[in-house]
Write a protein that binds this ligand. Sequence first.
Ligand code: NCD
Length: 308
Amino acid sequence: MVRSLIDITDLSTGELEELLETAQDIIAHPADYARLCAGKKLATLFFEPSTRTRLSFEAAMYELGGNVLSVTDAASSSAAKGESVADTAKVISCYADIIAMRHPKEGAALVAALNASIPVINAGDGGHCHPTQTLADLLTIRREKGHFDGLTVGLCGDLKFGRTVHSLINALARYENVRFVLISPEELKVPSYVKKEVLQKQGLAYEQTTDLEAAMPELDILYMTRVQRERFFNEEDYLRLKDSYILTPDKLRGAKQDLAILHPLPRVNEISVAIDKDTRACYFKQVLNGKYMRMALILKLLKEAGTL
Ligand code: NCD
């Protein structure tokens, strides 16, 4: 089976380092990378809405000199006729060299990888995980802070359904003395499988709170997230919880001067636009970093598959 990226833990710490280094080299010397994927095709299969992730994969492939085939919604693909993910993966393997797939069902990318003959990249599977967003997050933290060890990381918002949060915890858990402050309403706490399998198993320091402002002064990173409306079972709960946290300039009063504020985007209401001009706001830089990390990842997986 060729190498895919389904979960961030599929990559060793050394491989994360290698991807971060490649991305930084791409930033410094883009022309050296501009033809490396000439003649190769990326298929983006997105069965859930996306702006950044799909377009950043596509921009990444174009900037490597490659081409893109794209399915942008389930309704316009054979999934609407009842085709299985397994069959779709087999079919796309006949047309493309690598797949980036987003799907509403947890585990769908894994099913695709088990059936494809080309690398599959999980671009988000339901409320489970989103490893390439984590790659964007890691490059952002590396460029802002220079290191991961010893950071206090506040994760705020929908920690239950927010797949980016689950993957980021998994990635940062491997560094020394990282502390997590998990800030959410009671109903949207980090799932117990993440707490048991990652935080507790690895003996990591974490605290859970509902109070963002009280946690603020100790944070080096504040990772805000959107309440994931599409994963709620009823609209009433969503309406009650959607504005649990709204980051405004006054809430930053107690924050460190070198705090880095991240958000995977899209933002709904949880960060006031007044924060955008604060030098601590990193979420638009994070978008750009995502493209560079996806370029590095595409290169790595195509090399390992023997395609490059
Ligand atoms: C995230 C996602 O799809 O999980 N978006 C993204 O890929 N940048 C976060 C979100 O949708 O809230």
